[in-house]
Design a protein around this ligand. Sequence first.
Ligand code: GAL
Length: 282
Amino acid sequence: MADSQIFHKPTQSVITQGIPITGGLKEGKTIVIIGRILSNAHKSYISLKDGTHPSAKTALCISPHFEDDHPHILYKTFQNGSWDSDQPTSKSPLLQDQLFTIKILVTAQAYEISANGEELMVYNHRMPFDQMNIISMEGMELDFFGHLVVASYKKELINGLKPGTVIVIHGTVNSDCKRIEINLRHRYGIAFHYLCRFEENAVVRNTWTDGQWGREERSGDIPFANGEFFEMKFTCKAEQYDVSVNGQQAHTYKHRFTNLDDIDVVEVCGGLQLFSVEVKDP
Ligand code: GAL
């Protein structure tokens, strides 16, 4: 995915100044923001802005409020030097010191905003969304910023694999997830099949060559939790793959298919929302 954006704990000043939205906003694109509202935040907001415009036009500002024991959210637009009238929601799942996942789907008419899986607001466009090129935030820490990728996804590995290549996958496991599957493929088979079967709490690892599966490896538990955000890494080493999830080593798999250069596709599918697949060559 060419325009994924992952930021590992950027500083407050970076996120307040604004992070570029690579590829811009497009109809059908879903922006994903995962973070935590600071416990001492007095004000907080997430804004989609035109960073090139001197008076920083803001198509959408989502502003959680915490006062008066009744948390609520205001939505507004800044143009022609002033804020348009607020559109409020009377309840808010966005609370101080709590993790949140906000998704903003851009449609032709509106931004469809949800938080923690709950629909919050359909905010009709008050200015063209395609002019918005940065996202800025205040009063929150950011764990992830990117956009949703279709659930079954193939990425080409331009240079194949080699010892030192790391494949990094970000996503959230659906609450009703039954399986998550990652395959490292070559033209004639699957070098490494990594399949989590939630109903059996089994992680099946195998290789498909000459039209058949080999011997399964199954030790160890599923390293994912339903409903949670994850960062998964496949590190290709000289002898084996190391698989880690959220920084914890989960599994290893000794190479059976050793022509690492020929491994040209990484495939991710199953009951997950996929945000990004990155390949880091050594
Ligand atoms: C089979 C399954 C395949 C693959 C394989 C791995 O039972 O149908 O999709 O997971 O196990 O050994």
